[in-house]
Design a protein around this ligand. Sequence first.
Ligand code: AN7
Length: 360
Amino acid sequence: MSILQANPRESGGSASRTGIIERYRKYLPVTDATPVVSLGEGNTPLLFSPRLSERVGAEVWIKNEGVNPTGSFKDRGMTVAVSKAVERGAHTLLCASTGNTSASAAAYAARAGIRCAVILPAGKIARGKLAQAFIYGAKIIAIDGNFDDALRIVRELGEGNEFAIVNSINPDRIAGQKTAAFEIVDLLGFAPDIHVLPLGNAGNITAYWAGYREFANERSTSSPRMIGVQAAGAAPIYHDKVVENPETIATAIRIGNPASWKQARAAIDESRGAVEIVTDAEILDAQKWLAANEGIFVEPASAAAIAGLWKRMETFEAGTRIVCTVTGHGLKDSEAATRDMKEFAPVAATTSDVLRKIDM
Ligand code: AN7
């Protein structure tokens, strides 16, 4: 068998697991002429979460986007954005990022055989994400500034024809990311009453809302109330004011002036949803609790959604069906996860010493 037969272009090169373009082609801005650049993204677990449900007095499912090919939801948008960029003849991708977008862009550029440059706030990217951009071979430019500065530069550079911008200001990204809402409705057979997710640059809430609306029209299902959760130190939408110096341990959502601010506001208002804020301490608490009680290890930005869910639990009626998206894998930011971990003093390598130490 030739390599081409083993890797049929029609399935994006994935024989075992097709990506979101193949699964939801008719809802996406692709044609037969679009070369599908896929790593088998999407089709992520939607897990009923018994302990979380018990804790908040509602039915809670977790949509675990951390198991995408590069460990975050960005891959859904990136497969569409990069496929379209390649179709238009792009040679170099460009993005600003708090980490995950750069990891995803770098991977899909590698897959497509094109270049990728990423602009990152120096010193504010989780180690695992930086490792990804590096190992996939992206050109990394660290700036003395934050994500909002990086995005401003990307917008300016995007005015020329040299770069294909793959931030969520590119509508192909939003189109790809809306497939997460499709999967939820397809798997549950209905839309949840409430959807909770972290809110950073606000592309994802925009995408989910578009997805739910699209399926609501097609299948006359309802649409959920959209609840976006920001970190207390980076909460421009909550305060309705640009935050000049956003700060939070959840570096993925360390954003003071979200690009899709208006769309996020519209999603929240139209769905009669809400914006919630959570402190870093609440985020770390939720991260540890979710790992220890549901077996799901997420990065701090994703844990913000869980912390936000807890904050609002008094408002849930019994039987309320809630989906919570956890957006990125915990291993991306192992420093954050191990902040309270002490050194493990070794014991003698004997069974009795080890047994004494287990002590549980
Ligand atoms: C894990 O990578 O903005 O509200 O540059 O990585 O759609 O921005 C990441 C955002 C939530 C917020 N959770 O989503 C980037 C970037 C994780 C994230 C968000 C991000 P948006």
